[in-house]
Design a protein around this ligand. Structure first.
Ligand code: ZN
Length: 161
């Protein structure tokens, strides 16, 4: 094989990137065996479910954004008075801030979808432990386990105080 060298002697890669990730992290590359005490929390069905959930949220945000723009256009036409226009400007900046947040969330959703694709979804990016399914179900874009998230929030609140 032409690609011997880097992978020389390594076991053949497991079936999915997720398994590959877990195998590399915990089993030193041994393929196909999952020890009982490390149940894979993210089987293909769960990944598909989270993917559907994320895509749904994505659609929703994009749908809302479209409505927002249409609302603005409609409002602009119905406020000929300058004072009313000032109100409209305030509304507009509120809407833009809202859209900023939506854009931010869209980015998070996109990177969560990316993590599903590359097999690192559900892994805490700080400590490398699994993020609980319950947490992911509440917030599929989570990148930190609850322990790291709590620690981060404590740090932030100390920084603010
Ligand atoms: Zn963590």
């Amino acid at each position: 094989m032409a690609r011997r060298g880097r992978h020389a002697g390594a076991a053949p890669p497991p079936a999915t990137p997720w398994e590959s990730h877990l195998a590399g992290r915990r089993l030193g590359g041994a393929a196909g065996v999952m020890p009982e005490r490390y149940p894979n929390p993210m089987d293909t069905a769960s990944l598909e479910r989270f993917k559907a959930l994320l895509l749904e949220q994505r659609e929703e945000i994009i749908g809302n954004a479209a409505i927002t723009v249409n609302d603005l256009l409609a409002q602009a036409e119905s406020f000929p008075d300058p004072a009313d226009r000032a109100t409209l400007e305030t509304d507009r900046s509120f809407t833009l801030r809202l859209r900023e947040r939506e854009r931010h969330l869209l980015n998070k959703i996109d990177s969560a979808l990316e993590r599903i694709a590359n097999g690192t979804f559900g892994i805490c990016e700080h400590c490398g432990e699994e993020i609980s399914i319950a947490r992911l179900e509440a917030r599929p874009v989570s990148t930190l386990c609850i322990t790291c998230k709590t620690a981060q929030e404590e740090m932030e609140s100390v920084g603010r105080g």
